[in-house]
Design a protein around this ligand. Structure first.
Ligand code: C2E
Ligand code: CA
Ligand code: CA
Length: 277
């Protein structure tokens, strides 16, 4: 890149060029990945903590790169958000989730599927109509979907977020606040949002049986959620002890490696059959 110096001379900034070249090629790769079918829909089961019954699953995207192998979402979602590519990806995830949801329903497993939305999605004016079209095509009710939005995505532009969430809620989508407790959301906003679920961030859950501070936070969050009439879900359950503790505290649902890691969507039925047996 050419840069103007204070003295007027133009210098070449190789470092800057390298990083913008890298971003450009990552964006190209992401765009190609859709066409080349390199994204995979994984799902992680969501379970009632009192009965162990499976009630739904969360859709989590994976990128199988031809050279780099499995690329995890933390490595490309933030970039996809910065560049706006996330809007294309969210539509892809919604489409694949709808296909899976429909297939599961036909096979006797009417499960709700949770889809993650980002800040950019909340600003996408066409998103609600696009979702409506996808549902119609697959003959699915919006109530079969839960949309997860992080606290920080909401707080990026709370007025806009509230507007979009109200539209999605009026359409019949279930809404969840993800990573609850890690952002800076004010309870004044939360109380006005049309949400149905609070999802306690895994950072408070992972080690809660050994950490009295975490246990207190989790207990208070469960009470807060229930007092607001919301369903409370814990993520990051890695042991039976944590499951038990959460069930004792009255947490409604949970997800975690103890029950299942995220698995490819087409392996879910086999997993469900094993889980029920
Ligand atoms: P998230 O929405 O908070 O998803 C939960 C993450 O916790 C997932 O990581 C999941 O694999 C992981 N997890 C689940 N159970 C456990 C457990 O017991 N222990 C531990 N240590 N981790 C557990 P993953 O799949 O790598 O996704 C990371 C993040 O990337 C997600 O966090 C979400 O913010 C984002 N993401 C993934 N897929 C999508 C997508 O389709 N759209 C958008 N917008 N974001 C996505
Ligand atoms: Ca999530
Ligand atoms: Ca989370």
């Amino acid at each position: 890149a050419a840069k103007q110096r204070n003295d007027g001379a133009v210098v070449y900034d190789a470092a800057m060029d390298k990083s913008s070249e890298k971003s450009l090629s990552l964006l190209t790769e992401l765009r190609n990945a859709i066409e080349r079918n390199e994204f995979r829909l994984h799902v992680q089961p969501k379970i009632m903590l009192d009965t162990g019954k499976v009630v739904g699953m969360e859709a989590l995207v994976r990128w199988v790169h031809p050279e780099r192998g499995n690329v995890f979402p933390d490595e490309f979602i933030p970039f996809a958000e910065q560049t706006g590519f996330i809007r294309v990806l969210t539509r892809w995830v919604m489409e694949k989730s709808a296909e899976l949801c429909q297939e599961l329903a036909t096979k006797g497993y009417p499960l709700k599927i949770s889809v993650n939305l980002s800040t950019r999605d909340l600003m996408d004016q066409d998103l609600p109509a696009k979702f409506a079209e996808t549902l119609l095509r697959h003959k699915l009710a919006p109530g079969s979907f839960c949309l997860e939005i992080t606290e920080s995505a909401i707080m990026d532009d709370p007025v806009r977020a509230q507007h979009t969430l109200e539209r999605l809620s009026a359409m019949g989508f279930d809404l969840s606040i993800d990573d609850f407790g890690t952002g800076y959301s004010s309870l004044a906003y939360l109380k006005r949002l049309p949400v149905n679920e609070l999802k306690i961030d895994k950072s408070f859950v992972l080690n809660m049986e050994n950490d009295i501070g975490d246990t207190k936070i989790v207990r208070s969050t469960i009470d807060l959620g229930h007092n607001m009439g919301l369903r409370v879900v814990a993520e990051g359950i890695e042991s039976e002890a944590v499951w038990r503790l959460l069930a004792e505290l009255g947490c409604d649902q949970g997800q975690g490696y103890f029950m299942s890691r995220p698995i490819p969507g087409d392996q879910l039925i086999a997993w469900l059959e094993k889980w029920q047996a």
